[in-house]
Design a protein around this ligand. Sequence first.
Ligand SMILES: [Zn+2]
Length: 271
Amino acid sequence: MGGEECAISPPPSLLTGEVAAKRTEGAQSRALCLSMTRSPTDAVAINAVLVAARQAVDVICDRWSLAIVAAALMGEMRFGGLAARTGIGGRLLAARLRALEADGVLQRDGPAWRLTAMGRAAAPIIGQMRRWESASAPLICAACGRVATARDIDLKLSASRLRAVPVKQTARRRSTLSDGSGGVAGVGLGESLDVFGDKWGIEILLCVFFRLARLVALGVLTPEYRLTEKGIDLYGVMVAVQDWADRWVQGRVRSPVRLVHRGCGRVFHPG
Ligand SMILES: [Zn+2]
């Protein structure tokens, strides 16, 4: 796609500094059009980023798993308490607890559960979801403490990591909106669960980020679908998911992309 003419933004994880931000005047929500430079643009690189992104969301981005982790981070550790706070039925809750235990997020502790170090490290994901929902605080670079947006972040492709990404992937079953929708008031999460707890929500986002531009270029779709400011702000959650998975999920393909905050030149992590 031509940088100047693009109608659809690249993924937040692919946003770079060289931005041709076009604001659609008069639109209900401002849309941005960003060009990709110094970023993965060829098919192999995009596939690698997709595989890594899907592997990251596979582990934690299930609406019930997110709700359970959020409840546990609030100190809820007993089965009954978790059920009451998340509203998850007994059998489903038991199955999700077992899955989270198998993944190393939770550990049995007598009649209760406790978060492992891996589970506690998921706090920034929930924190970024809350930040995105409330739009109360900007994204902060942990290295320098300054406000950053997706547009302040450069991308560097790591060649060695790129080679380690398999061409094919197997996806886990993830929850869909048919499993439930809306927020889980007991853990204080709202619409972010409908984005990050829904398999199709994430798939559509990935498609918007990576693939719709191609279909627009082919004339199959009209270029109406643009990422809004709110969409761009999802970046913080996606980086938090990726950071967590890169650090904690064994055997996962690490993302071939390194995010660098242009303001300070250091690797970007949400603060
Ligand atoms: Zn910085």
